[in-house]
Ligand binder design. Structure first.
Ligand code: HEM
Length: 491
């Protein structure tokens, strides 16, 4: 149980209300304590501002809420309104404040209140745009990045489309579960009438008790994250994570691509497997995390010592430049959703999240190899999927993705009339990375040399929703998704 302390909020509120005198009357130790507490609370604020969105290279927090929304806004101006409302909310929530608004007894409170009294808890909120956002409803079709592919269907996929895909993704991470949950709930609330939650996955992570114990563990009990990219290495982040201005389109410069996979782990089967087999499957020792041939977790990997179909060998074959260019920034969390009532087994696994500069060269290449040959497949199956373009950070006074709306939209398809104002650009200059007009045809880089499976025509499986009905013809119900969405089936 946490020791109650005077929060930064109450200190500021008391000071504003002339209550500082009362606090002063309580003597220096309390004042000092309160100020120290206010200081330590402010150190729990992760700034949303900067060239990149927060929550990507931010050190991992303990709790994850990742979700996707279907946009029900019917025109471009409304979509901009939604993103602007979200930005204002992000600016308030990430400093540990409640959303301002009504507290009148006769109306529902603006802030739902479950995170009241918590600190900012290192909350980060990261917004992404799914491929379906570029389907023509908002005049954005020509702006779809070439790298925002529909993921191909991978061998062994058992995807549930109801919990896959989506127009917008929101990743909220915090060191308080209440704070992370509250963030998503408030974005859903301020977006009411403009977007609806499509799916939501929570997750958890925990560093070891002592820093000298290395990486944390996943639900198989193995160390996870050992050879992840070093997020403090700027050159590495530029090479593998951040979209450059040459990659295109211009509005994505300094952004990245998020791939989400809900990977169920058959924990009961794993738990009954001999230790030797568990280690062969990964290619590392279970207790220490050392690679085969080494003795400590961070000893260099010698691929010649790894079983040929081990997870580490297949996910990074270490063949030189090509392997290095493929590497991704993993930011996954364990999840545990209880017992599957059909099988009686744990519904648990890994909410796999990876960031990368080009998913064609990176995630798709790695996952194709894993899906074909990884012995770990015996113990897991992928149940949901999503891929999202993560725009750069919002410049002050603007919103995430403002650069996308800086050029007038392409005309809507003839069968999907858009309401008035659809092509109106937002007020103000484009977001960081904007400015240069995007290359004709939506920009994007030609598929990178040496890399990747080409995106499939159409978009099977991976992005979740393969077919989307033409958007918003007159007379269509206001919330088409509510009527269309199949009831999620249990895994
Ligand atoms: C439940 C699913 C998964 C589990 C339990 C798992 C577990 C692990 C473990 C224990 C390691 C070794 C330690 C480390 O370097 O972090 C590892 C490494 C890695 N995994 Fe996974 N993983 C899973 C899914 C995936 C997926 C879907 C990908 C897809 C791209 C992937 C890509 C990687 C990569 C790139 C590495 C680093 C290899 C290296 O550079 O040595 N993993 N994983």
């Amino acid at each position: 149980m946490k020791t109650p302390s005077i929060s930064r909020r109450s200190l500021l509120t008391a000071a504003a209300a002339g209550g500082a005198a009362t606090l002063i009357g309580q003597g220096p130790s309390l004042i000092g304590g309160a100020l120290a507490s206010a200081e330590s609370e402010s150190s729990q604020i992760v700034s949303w501002a900067g060239p990149h969105q927060a929550g990507i290279t931010t050190p991992g927090q303990r709790h994850l809420q990742i979700c996707a929304f279907d946009v029900t806004a019917t025109n471009r101006a409304q979509l901009i309104d939604l993103l602007t409302k979200w930005q204002r909310a992000i600016e308030v929530l990430t400093v540990g404040q409640q959303l301002p608004g009504s507290t009148a007894p006769t109306v529902a409170p603006s802030d739902t209140g479950e995170a009241a009294g918590q600190t900012a808890s290192h909350l980060t909120i990261t917004i992404g745009f799914g491929a379906t956002l570029f389907d023509g409803r908002f005049g954005l079709a020509s702006q779809r990045p070439a790298a925002l592919i529909d993921l191909p269907a991978f061998k062994g996929d058992q995807l549930n489309t109801a919990i896959s895909g989506g127009d917008l993704s929101v990743q909220a991470c915090a060191d308080s579960r209440f704070v992370a949950e509250h963030a998503v709930r408030m974005l859903a609330r301020v977006g009411k009438g403009l977007a609806e939650l499509r799916w939501l996955q929570s997750g958890f992570d925990e560093p070891p008790a002592r820093a000298d114990q290395g990486s944390g563990r996943n639900l198989f009990g193995t160390k996870d994250g050992t050879s992840n990219l070093d997020r403090s290495d700027d050159a590495r982040m530029r090479r593998n994570v951040w979209v450059s201005s040459e990659d295109g389109p211009a509005w994505m410069a300094n952004g990245t691509y998020q791939v989400y996979r809900r990977v169920n782990m058959t924990i009961e089967t794993w738990d009954d497997s001999p230790l030797e087999e568990q280690e062969d499957v990964i290619g590392r020792r279970k207790a220490s995390g050392a690679p085969f041939g080494g003795t400590r977790e961070f000893d260099p990997v010698d691929v010649s010592k790894l079983p040929i179909h081990s997870h580490v060998r297949l996910s990074n074959p270490r063949t030189g430049t090509a392997s290095e260019d493929e590497r991704i920034l993993r930011r996954g969390y364990s999840f545990h959703d209880g017992i599957n009532p059909t099988t009686g087994e744990y519904d648990a696994g890994l909410a796999f999240i990876a960031y990368q500069r080009d998913p064609r060269r990176q995630f798709v290449t790695i996952q194709t190899r894993l899906a074909e040959n990884d012995t770990l497949n015996e113990y897991l199956f992928h149940t949901a999927s999503g891929i999202f373009a993560i725009p750069p950070g919002a410049p002050s006074g603007q919103f995430v993705g403002a650069g996308l709306f800086a050029t007038p939209g392409s005309p809507p398809p003839a069968d999907a009339p858009l309401a008035g104002g659809d092509d109106a650009p937002p007020a103000g200059p484009p977001a960081g990375g904007g400015g240069t007009p995007p290359p004709a045809g939506g920009g994007g880089t030609p598929p990178p040399a040496g890399g990747g499976t080409p995106p499939p025509a159409g978009g099977a499986g991976g992005a979740g929703r393969a077919v989307r009905p033409p958007a918003r013809a007159a007379g269509r119900p206001k919330h088409p998704h509510r009527h269309r969405r199949p009831k999620p089936k249990r895994d």
